[in-house]
Design a protein around this ligand. Structure first.
Ligand SMILES: Cc1ncc(COP(=O)(O)O)c(C=O)c1O
Length: 456
């Protein structure tokens, strides 16, 4: 299994050919999921005592299994938050895997971590956080939010009077589901400000003023969103910063999706106030064109993260020794062993330069504006709200929720597009609407028009 022989060489060539074809293809297909029984019928038992052979297994992958996936980088995949890793970054993902680097400690992964840190410096510079701020790459936004929340909670509990308390955080209903899920993981309560629109300073202050004495004692953090997943809404980041400062609360901003737009000069001002955060989540695997998985958590004071996350063990002492010392990414987030997942981003940034990133993000913003105009010109559809960042919510006049569902399945079945419905809070009730999220700069005006036409 670990020997080098002709079979290995041939398999390497096959895999390289497949990879080259995929990276250089401009005509990828939207695959369709199949039921597990159907896939089993097609491929049979694959993990057996004697093995089925690499060539046979790879053929099963090419013929059946690869086709049951929806590539996130298809230009008409506008569902959820899609992705569009650069071809250069994907290539370097192969190099990252082939290099077998343990990315937890400088002692083992200095070269890789150095590159990650170069990319991180650029991301931190976009936030405007003060000198000393820094971050690490995580497996995604959920892990970044969790790492930040643990840091905030541990910092709060440094004070004797809070040590036995169950924490409380405030966010809005526009916040991503991971904030609520990760609050469960760390066993803290979440109070939701009842608005899916911009979370404003006054609303937040009013919510805090209405807390009971016990709740106020337990409140330790506020989470604002820099680009909500559903609608691309950016909270009043400066106003929330004022409240956090006045009330002495940790200020976390979840910009997992929207953070890429910090690179775009046209909308950078909408994020004013982000430089006052204690921690920020930004996902390069969303709008920074990195392959999965690559999130990032950034701290104003990284030492606080280190206090919360640094793992101790006699077998780990050597990593912290003078001789081995350098930047240890494991100290600032929840994982110990980690892939140097910022490496593909670094290579792509180094190869193309940051201006190309700005242009690619601006294109996503522009596509949302183009979609807005096409929707306004089409009598069958109307905007639910003005496009925000690269998200567009719109309704097909006269459609019921099931019509959106059927339409989504039909487009998917045909291998034409993946556009999924969502809900938007309208007064006291929720309306089912359609949603575009643009990331891929290769999406065209014609793609958008074709999708709208398919609603006729
Ligand atoms: C605002 C926001 N936060 C967090 C997440 C979770 O990120 P991940 O899926 O990388 O864990 C998402 C995912 O879409 C998001 O949009």
């Amino acid at each position: 299994m670990h020997k080098i022989d002709m079979d290995l060489v041939e398999m390497t060539l096959d895999v390289m050919k497949y990879t080259i074809d995929r990276i250089s293809s401009s005509k990828i297909k939207i695959g369709k999921p199949k039921k597990e029984e159907e896939l089993r019928e097609l491929v049979g038992e694959t993990v057996t005592e004697k093995g089925i052979g690499g060539e046979y297994a790879f053929n099963l992958w090419k013929k059946h299994l690869s086709k049951a996936n929806v590539p996130v980088d298809h230009p008409r995949n506008l569902a959820f938050v899609p992705a569009s890793p650069t071809r250069t970054a994907i290539m370097f993902d192969l190099v990252t895997s082939a290099s077998s680097i343990h990315g937890a400690y400088w002692m083992e992964g200095a070269g890789g971590i150095f590159c990650e840190n170069e990319a991180m410096k650029w991301i931190v510079s976009l936030t405007g956080l003060p000198k000393g701020a820094f971050g690490v790459f995580t497996s995604g936004g959920t892990a970044a939010n969790l790492s930040a929340m643990v840091t905030a909670r541990e910092h709060w509990r440094e004070h004797e009077e809070f040590r036995g308390e169950k924490g409380l955080i405030i966010t809005s209903i526009g916040a991503h589901s991971s904030i609520k899920s990760m609050a469960k993981v760390i066993d803290v309560d979440v109070l939701l400000v009842e608005s899916e629109d911009v979370l404003h300073e006054t609303e937040l202050q009013k919510t805090i003023d209405n807390l009971s004495k016990d709740e106020r004692k337990r409140l330790f953090a506020v989470v604002a969103t820099g680009g909500t997943t559903n609608a691309g809404i950016i909270d009043d980041l400066d106003g929330v910063a004022n409240v956090c400062k006045k009330e002495n609360l940790w200020y976390h901003i979840d910009a997992a999706y929207g953070g890429g737009a910090l690179a775009a000069d046209s909308v950078r001002h909408l994020f004013n106030g982000i430089e006052k955060a204690d921690s920020i989540t930004i996902d390069p695997h969303k709008w920074m064109f990195s392959p999965y998985d690559c999130g990032a958590v950034i701290y104003k004071d990284p030492q606080l993260a280190k206090n919360a996350h640094s793992q101790q063990g006699s077998y780990l002492d050597i990593f912290k020794d003078e001789g081995a010392h350098g930047f240890n990414p494991t100290d600032y987030q929840i994982q110990l062993t980690r892939r140097v997942r910022g490496l593909p981003l670094w290579f792509s940034l180094a190869a193309h330069g940051t201006d190309r990133y700005k242009e690619a993000v601006e294109r996503g913003l522009e596509l949302a504006q183009i979609a807005g105009k096409l929707i306004e010109a089409d009598p069958n559809v109307e905007l639910v709200r003005a496009p925000s960042l690269s998200c567009v919510l719109y309704r097909r006049i006269g459609w019921q929720p099931e019509d959106y569902t059927h339409w989504t399945y039909e487009n998917h079945r045909k291998g034409f597009a993946l556009v999924t419905p969502t809900k938007w809070k309208n007064g006291d009730s929720y309306e089912t609407v359609s949603r575009f999220c643009f990331i891929n700069p290769d999406t065209t005006k014609k793609d958008i028009q074709m999708i709208l036409d398919s609603m006729k």
